[in-house]
Design a protein around this ligand. Sequence first.
Ligand code: ZN
Ligand code: ZN
Length: 351
Amino acid sequence: MKKFLKLTSVLAFIVLIVFVLIRIPAIQDRIAPLAMVALLSPADLPEEDSLSALVCGSASPLGATDRAQTCIMVRAGDEIYIVDIGDGANRNLGRWRIPMNKVQAVLLTHLHSDHISDLADLHLATWIPNRKSQLKVYGPQGVEFVTRGFEEAYQSDYFFRNEHHGDEVAPLHSVGFEPITIDLNKPIIIEKDGLKVTAFEVPHDPVKPALAFRFDYKGRSIVISGDTIYSENLISYSKDADVLFHEALSMNIVSMMEGFTKRSGNDLLSKILFDVQDYHTDPVDAAKAANEAGVKHLIFYHLAPAPANWLIEGMFVRGVNSIRDDWTLSDDGTMVVLPVNSEEIKISTID
Ligand SMILES: [Zn+2]
Ligand SMILES: [Zn+2]
């Protein structure tokens, strides 16, 4: 007991000394550069030649969460593509020190706000490291209205930054977007350095067209569903893919929330919670779709609602284990790496 008391007082003394020391300006100035080194160190991305994907936003608009909304960063070799860029996703990319000068293009599955709202900040984050040309944005019909709208809203910002930092840092020749409307009659939208990206339609009515993307790189493959109900088209384009990212809405939880809000007299929210159930996929149905496609690993993303604790997490994936074994419920930072010339599927979390 005496020993314990002695140890506790020594620890308390050390904490007190540290507490006092970090308030001294000279000590602060010594410590700060060490933290800055950590901030500037490059992201912990795979060095081997691989196709990989990083969840830069795992949430949907439904539910209160500090996660970012929809975003998947796909990396083929050294080149980066961003599929959807919902609220908070760009901050995640910055926090993880992703090399934004490697971003080749943004691919939008559809034009709901939770898939496009961080486009302005992604534009800035890729422009200032001296992007050589305008930011390419592939998307369905209407994509040019989105990019033009952002350009108009940020017109003054572009000029202020150019005037302040000069052409070397913020060149006007590369400011803004290059929108590319996807024509489903020509579904291969990118074919470059071993990478092939195919766009196809998924049902998310009344949003038409809503798209999904398949990435093939040197024998490895990733499919990203976008927002969809259970879809035969998605299954056929996902045939034998290594990884399928499938959106997921727990019908069990959302219908429970719908009933609760109705009983509480919040008819408007109750109606919204009813409406959203007809254009998303329950995790059990997503698992069935993954099985039918024969994909090796299934990752749930665009979670509605994004589980805030282990209780909700358990409810969210209820029944999935009886359908298939290989699946992951994503969080912001979930990363999957598929090395080329290999069958390996490595799942980890970046921070
Ligand atoms: Zn969505
Ligand atoms: Zn949507």
